[in-house]
Design a protein around this ligand. Structure first.
Ligand code: ADP
Ligand code: MG
Length: 235
């Protein structure tokens, strides 16, 4: 599904350059649930942005679903993002003046899906995240956990092959974080490939595999015994 080889990325700042990714190699198969861990500044978001075709590496190769992702113009990049990828961010990134339903329907609008069909699909995904009754509400009428559920429904609306989440629980308290992780586990149970950036150990252990980044390289990449949120007491 995802294959990256010897990926390098530097940020240029004036005459200086910051070498953030220094030769990253890894593969992700369909149905995996992978945590990308590392301390702040270790390059997790940089890596996820490259995987999300929001940024490009300086060196190395990236194949997504056997397609080489390289030198794409913005139109083609947007097409691949729409077709393959769903995004979830720490700060939800919902549109404040649009209802929960309209937020979920937005990616379908950009794909040219007809209004009645996109509303039907959006409602289906809102229902899936447990928020069908909140369809007409604006984001500021929702709790943080509910906002992230809407964002997850939006990411799923176009049925992407891979869900990419950058610190999806970073703005949530731990009870709400675990509820969101439970939802993400259920989505993975249905077969969706998921990559989650986090710096929190408990969140990482709710995934099936942990890739540890440090100083621009992967220092550890292991399968773990997935902690099921449902099995936790006092959540
Ligand atoms: P993480 O997500 O692990 O906290 P990032 O990938 O955001 O780390 O950042 C890695 C390093 O690259 C940090 O030192 C950060 O300051 C730097 N960095 C990130 N984005 C940019 C950018 N657009 N321009 C310059 N430096 C950046
Ligand atoms: Mg980050």
């Amino acid at each position: 599904m995802i294959e990256i080889k010897d990926l390098h990325k530097s940020y240029k700042m004036g005459t200086n350059s910051l070498h953030v990714l220094k030769g990253i190699n890894f593969e992700v198969s369909e149905g995996e649930m992978v945590a990308i861990m590392g301390s702040s500044g270790s390059g997790k978001s940089t890596l996820l942005n490259i995987l999300g075709i929001l940024d490009e590496a300086d060196k190395g190769s990236y194949h997504l679903d056997e397609t080489l992702i390289k030198n794409l113009n913005e139109k083609v990049a947007a097409k691949y993002r729409n077709k393959f990828l769903g995004f979830v961010f720490q700060s939800f990134n919902l549109i404040n003046y649009k209802s929960a339903l309209d937020n979920v329907a937005l990616p379908l609008y950009y794909q040219g899906v007809k209004r009645n069909i996109r509303m039907e699909k959006a409602l289906h995904y809102l229902d899936k995240v447990g928020l069908a009754d909140w369809a007409s509400h604006l984001p500021n009428e929702l709790s943080g956990g509910q906002k992230q559920r809407v964002a997850i429904a939006r990411a799923l609306a176009s049925n992407p092959k891979v869900l990419l989440a950058d610190e999806p629980t970073g703005a949530l308290d731990s009870t709400t974080s675990y509820e969101v992780m439970e939802l993400i586990q259920e989505i993975n149970d249905e077969g969706k490939t998921i990559l989650i950036v986090t710096h929190e150990d408990d969140i990482a252990h709710m995934c099936k595999r942990i890739v540890n980044l440090k100083d621009g390289i992967i220092i550890d990449d292991s399968l773990v015994d997935q902690v099921r949120v449902k099995s936790l007491e006092n959540v």
